[in-house]
Design a binder for this molecule. Structure first.
Ligand code: ZN
Length: 200
């Protein structure tokens, strides 16, 4: 179990430990039984962290952190893009539900990042989603750096989403500045199950 009033450090430790269990095949599947479902239907939710991640079916957020029902408040958008609506959901997690940590999580092999790194044009609907990732890809293309363009854009896109989140939600930005909220950028490796934590 976890303390609902845990510090950000404690919350991040739970996430790190859960991912270690997942990536080593030692999941405990906490809070996944029917008793938990029934209990939360009357007690209400008190998730201990919020996560914004990609919609990719290979990024099952609760499983990646070996957590269960009522543990994580999850927003998923292709390319983990953080527009106004996603930011509104995360603002709710912070200001109403009291989450003290938001993980902004990209992943390796992301189709949205690959599309944004390509010259091929998508539909107007998809281009609206890709717009911030295309901007990131343009600036990364001209920078020297380690790894492939796709790898660099994956990390840079996480940082861009974290920035977009604060820009779209002054309440989230205020909470982070006040020290009541930690925004933790991360990249999930599809091939190993490991979450790599980036420098914030
Ligand atoms: Zn993706």
């Amino acid at each position: 179990m976890y303390d609902p009033n845990a510090s950000a450090e404690e919350t991040l430790r739970l996430l790190v430990e859960g991912n270690r269990r997942f990536a080593s095949g030692a999941c405990r599947h906490p809070n996944t039984d029917l008793a938990r479902v029934i209990e939360l239907s009357t007690s209400g939710q008190k998730p201990f962290a919020a996560v914004i991640a990609c919609s990719d079916s290979r990024v099952p957020v609760e499983r990646v952190f070996d957590r269960g029902v009522g543990d994580l408040f999850v927003v998923r958008e292709a390319g983990n893009v953080c527009g106004t609506l996603a930011a509104a959901s995360l603002e709710f997690a912070v200001t109403v539900l009291g989450c003290g940590v938001i993980v902004v999580m990209g992943h390796t092999g992301c189709g949205a990042v690959q599309a944004a790194c390509s010259a091929d044009r998508q539909s107007d609907t998809v281009e609206a989603l890709l717009h911030p990732i295309r901007e990131t890809a343009r600036s990364e293309r001209d920078k020297p750096g380690e790894g492939t363009l796709e790898e660099r854009v994956t990390s840079a896109n996480v940082m861009r989403s974290a920035w977009d989140l604060e820009r779209a939600s002054p309440a989230v930005a205020d909470a982070r500045r006040a020290g009541t909220l930690v925004i933790a950028p991360a990249v999930y490796d599809l091939s190993t199950g490991v979450v790599e934590w980036l420098e914030g």
